[in-house]
Design a binder for this molecule. Structure first.
Ligand SMILES: [Zn+2]
Length: 346
């Protein structure tokens, strides 16, 4: 088969699209004929190399993908050849104290397909049965590939961890990115008044279409001051921050008394200056969130399949142009998700 792969960490030049031995499904695995995959910022980190993670090279990236079942291992019960499936990339043990409480993304052995082990940006992929979602007829391969990782991440952040309720004010930073544009839709669905930041008029218009009530161009104006002005000096109840170092202080400044900041990542760096005085005096909560439990993934994907939520597709590229896809993420070009398809599918 053909697969996106790299044999060493580095810049986009390490990415190749070439031959790789066909995978054989293990007893609990399903062999999928991949129709489409989608990129996440995670793919950029994995390509550059993450401390503490040693990959089995060559590494095949890809934590989002969808396709058709072609073969199943002996122990597989939920799927058969011909079924339409999408990947849900988080792997949990099912046995530890956190798994037993249904907190799969807190699993002590938690890992992510595509980040810690080989991913699915290839013509064929062997995936554990537990990591596959059924995709209804009528849902495009692009949607099925683009939605799972970011929608489950944003769902857990907003609904479970930050517990956003109707009438609250929620600020979503970086609304043009994968998690950001999912968070805008979910906050709107929860009945919140949604504030969104972006870096161009076109991106902000797109954020409005997805449910943002107020938008801020963070390159033209300081978003924390804007939020103060827009809320009559009060601030927002929740800030969704996956930017990290570049925005952290202003995110804290944007919060009302008793506000919550929820983070699932730090694309600009994970060690910002912080303001403990502001945190205790204003009684703020700092909340971390990673991926989602199996049940949360089911809940949010139902709402993707029925069209309540929709991943925006910024570009569809052949897998042989994956390096270009990385550049689009690194340069923050466009709005929504970059989809890649095996060259043979185009
Ligand atoms: Zn576990």
């Amino acid at each position: 088969m053909k697969a996106v792969q790299f044999t060493e960490h580095g810049g986009t030049e390490v990415i190749e699209y070439g031959d790789f031995p066909d995978p054989e499904p293990e007893r609990d695995e399903v062999l999928v004929d991949v129709k489409a995959g989608a990129l996440n910022h995670l793919d950029v980190w994995t390509r550059r190399g993450l401390p503490g993670i040693t990959l089995d090279m060559p590494h095949i990236p890809g934590s989002d993908g969808a396709g058709e079942v072609v073969d199943v291992g002996d122990d597989v019960t939920r799927f058969e050849p011909g079924d339409r499936v999408a990947l849900s990339a988080g792997v949990s043990c099912g046995k530890c104290e956190f798994c037993r409480h249904g907190e799969h993304s807190m699993c002590v052995n938690y890992h992510i397909i595509g980040e810690h082990v080989r991913g699915v940006h290839s013509e064929l992929a062997a995936v554990p049965e537990d990591n596959l979602l059924s995709v209804p007829e009528g849902v495009s391969w692009e949607t099925a590939a683009a939605a799972p990782l970011v929608f489950q991440t944003a769902w857990r952040m907003l609904i479970t961890r930050a517990d956003v309720t109707s009438g609250e004010r929620v600020l979503v930073l970086g609304a043009s990115g994968g998690v950001g544009h999912a968070a805008v839709q979910i906050a709107d669905y929860a009945g919140a008044t949604v504030y969104a930041t972006g870096s161009s008029e076109a991106k902000l218009e797109h954020a409005r279409e997805l449910g943002a009530d107020h938008v801020i161009d963070y390159e033209a104006e300081d978003f924390a001051s804007q939020i103060r002005e827009m809320t009559g000096g009060r601030g927002v109840d929740v800030v969704v921050d996956h930017i990290g170092k570049a925005t952290w202080q202003d995110s804290l400044r944007s919060l009302a008394k008793g506000g919550r900041i929820v983070t699932c990542g730090a694309t600009t760096g994970g060690q910002p200056e912080t303001d403990i005085n502001r945190i205790f005096w204003n009684q703020l909560s700092v909340i971390g969130s990673t991926m989602a439990s199996l049940g949360e993934a089911d809940d949010v994907m139902e709402l993707v399949w029925d069209g309540t939520f929709e991943p925006a597709i910024r570009e569809v590229l052949p897998m042989s142009e994956t390096a270009r896809a990385h550049e689009m993420l690194e340069n923050r070009e466009g709005f929504g998700k970059v989809v890649v398809k095996p060259d043979s599918e185009l």
